[in-house]
Ligand binder design. Sequence first.
Ligand code: ADP
Length: 454
Amino acid sequence: MKYWGEYKIRLAKTILGQQKAIQNLSYYRNQLFYYIVLYTLVFSPIAIVPGIFASYQTGFINLAILNALTFLILLVLAFIKPIKIETRKLILVSFLFIISWTLLFELKLEGPGLMYLFTVTIVTCLIHSGKVAYLLILINSIILSLIGLNIEFQWLSLAISEGQSITTWFGVVVNLIFLSIIIVACFEVIFKKLEKIIIQQRQLNEIVNQDNQKMLDAQKVLKEKNEELNQFAHTIAHDLKEPLRSMQAFAHLTISKYKESIPEKGQEFLTHIQTSSERMALLLDSLLNYAQIGKGKQMSAFSVKELVKELERDLSQLIEENEAKVIYNGLPEIVGYEIEFKQLLQNLIANAIKFKKDEEDIEVKIEANEKDQHWEFLVADNGIGIDPKYKEKIFTIFHRLHKDKFPGTGLGLANCKKIVEIHGGKIWVDSEPEVGSTFIFTISKNLENSVKNE
Ligand code: ADP
């Protein structure tokens, strides 16, 4: 098997050279030629050795020489390097042609001779082209007709003309020519169709490649734009904090210094300015936090169960105040960004407790399911639920549904989405108003590879 492999590679290098897999018909014709040489060389001794032996025994020395020459020619075709593939094909076809005519003229073996002629035509059509095969048929027809005439008129004393009847000769020859034409014509039709398919396939491949490239370019641009947007959000949030701080400070100063001289309404307005600027500061901080997500992220293996236990401690006040129950079981160990993952779970658990129904005990269930390519996590609650029409909007920045009833910045779920995305996953919600919500997100199991490919 090892030698066969080496032999195949050696022959491919000699015959095909550094030919790339260009998808056209001549590529396949060359491949066919390569396989013809590959197999004929190996199996030719089965025909050649008995051939030489028989020729020697019967005194047909020419035939013995021809047999030995055939093997030699095959060796040349297979192993001698600086010969173009078209020349190799020509050598093979010419040699087969010579064999046929030697069999016919020298040895009067019209059976095998004619069979060889037919074979040469087919091989030519396969490895070369229909046109060359037709030319060969024409040459054969002329020579075979001349032999036929010679049978009748005895111009030359040829072994093949002896004892033949012109009727039988033309009967056999016409059949051979007819068969050759039919086969070559059929091959030509099939080859034309094949060529069309190959061209279409190549064009399709090119389109797919171009589209892939376009998609990759678009992804790159999108990533850059996202990065820019992140940077922009960060700068804006950062720069706005400075004037906001002075606004807050001056409002505070004005109230404390001039409280007596400012009418009640004025004091009320100033307090409004203060609370609004505090809210704005909170929003800016949240925006800064949003822009920072994923920066300096560190991948590690960690236990989600341990993380939830930590969160129970961090959120103990919220959990106890609301008498909430956090239930979890069979949470796995995963590879991801631990700090960000913790923030993701914290947001979802805190929301599950915050958006509660007044009359019901709060229950938050956390579950994980293992899939082929990813982990699937579920955080389910029995809270107020979400109207299906807001199922997607709630994941966008600053989108809040119950502004008056529940406090918040509208950035919690946007953060969750961003964190899930850096983990190569998706997040969505299944919910029924007044029954509860289940937030589902996936985390890629192949994070290490996807980071490497970025
Ligand atoms: P915030 O909690 O600051 O309002 P979020 O981005 O975390 O902002 O959530 C956006 C909106 O999605 C919330 O205002 C709320 O209306 C809705 N929401 C989020 N989590 C839940 C939940 N567990 N149950 C019901 N509604 C929810």
